[in-house]
Design a binder for this molecule. Structure first.
Ligand SMILES: Cc1cc2nc3c(=O)[nH]c(=O)nc-3n(C[C@H](O)[C@H](O)[C@H](O)COP(=O)(O)O)c2cc1C
Length: 293
């Protein structure tokens, strides 16, 4: 054990400055996200609500320390996620000094959508469908593909760990490496993976914590992608990997050891129409324990 002073706690473990410096970029960034999330973003709102006017000397310290190491190691400070960290670090600093942060009220930033906007959103939610009717031999323009990937990026992520990663398979040769129960000829396949390093350092991957969040993150991203693909005149189908198939792809494609495959989406221009499946009524979906008696 190093003689050096402990300067941060991550996942309940103590880290010295040198130990933090040794972490690879993805792990350090993941730790920075999680410490900002659980150390500032989650406790800050109840702290402001019950503001007592007293300085809280430890508030957001772990994130601050990790951020300083991040910067010292030449880490990017332009990306949106780091800007988000910096905003919260500023508020945390104020709390440490006994200053009540002025965060915009929820009602000031969140207005209901207009009827017109809602119509479009409901149209998208109701009309998106899976397509298995084959795909036209027409490439998805790069800007549309980028929009689909960006939509996945906008999805919710457990503990702000940002672990979802994409692998894009364009050629028939590459697509052969991954399982599908429908034809993917002419489609582009987006494989949604996650990098296990962020959740590992913060110990959210332990069986009694939230190891399932990583798959949920990928699922949320895939759902966003399917929606935007539909709005762009493309269609998609979600293809679920069995753990065996996911492992086979990981090996065949040569993914890094820290990556796992969650699922993949086939996206393209549909060659024919297909029927949108129906759903059970919403009342059927609600479990009411009084009625069940
Ligand atoms: C978790 C999950 C796994 C799925 N796996 C497959 C699959 O392996 N193959 C497939 O053709 N469709 C798959 N789908 C698509 C569903 O079959 C489809 O969403 C469902 O039939 C409802 O139809 P819709 O998407 O048109 O509303 C999957 C969807 C989800 C959410």
């Amino acid at each position: 054990m190093s003689e050096e002073k402990v300067i941060a706690r991550i996942g309940g473990e103590e880290y010295t400055e040198d130990q933090l410096r040794e972490l690879d970029e993805v792990t350090l960034r993941g730790a920075l996200h999680e410490r900002t999330h659980h150390g500032i973003e989650v406790p800050i709102y109840p702290t402001i609500e019950r503001w007592k006017g007293e300085a809280i000397p430890s508030f957001g310290r772990d994130a601050e320390v990790i951020y300083n190491i991040w910067k010292e190691k030449g880490g990017n400070t332009e990306d949106e996620d780091i800007k988000w960290v910096e905003r919260y670090l500023e508020y945390a600093k104020q709390i440490r000094q006994g200053i009540k942060p002025e965060i915009p009220e929820y009602s000031e930033v969140q207005k209901p959508y207009s009827e017109e906007e809602l119509k479009v959103i409901w149209k998208l939610l109701k009309e998106r469908k899976s397509s298995r009717a084959g795909w036209l031999k027409k490439e998805i323009p790069e800007d549309l593909l980028l929009q689909i990937l960006e939509a996945g990026r906008a999805a919710p992520i457990g503990c702000n760990l940002d672990e979802v990663r994409y692998v894009i398979l364009r050629t028939e040769e590459e697509k052969k490496l991954i399982w599908s129960d429908v034809s993917t000829e002419n489609a582009t396949i987006i494989v949604l993976c996650y990098d296990k390093r962020p959740s590992h350092i913060v110990k959210q991957d332990l069986p009694d914590r939230v190891p399932h969040n990583r798959g949920f993150d990928a699922a949320a991203a895939a759902d966003h992608m399917g929606l935007i693909a539909h709005a762009l005149g493309l269609s998609s189908v979600w293809l679920s990997d069995s753990p065996g198939h996911a492992k086979e792809f990981k090996e065949a494609y040569g993914l890094p050891e820290s990556f796992e495959v969650a699922l993949h989406l086939a996206v393209g221009y549909p060659a024919a129409g297909s029927i949108k499946s129906g759903r059970v009524p919403v009342e059927y979906m609600i479990y009411d324990r009084q009625k069940a008696k």
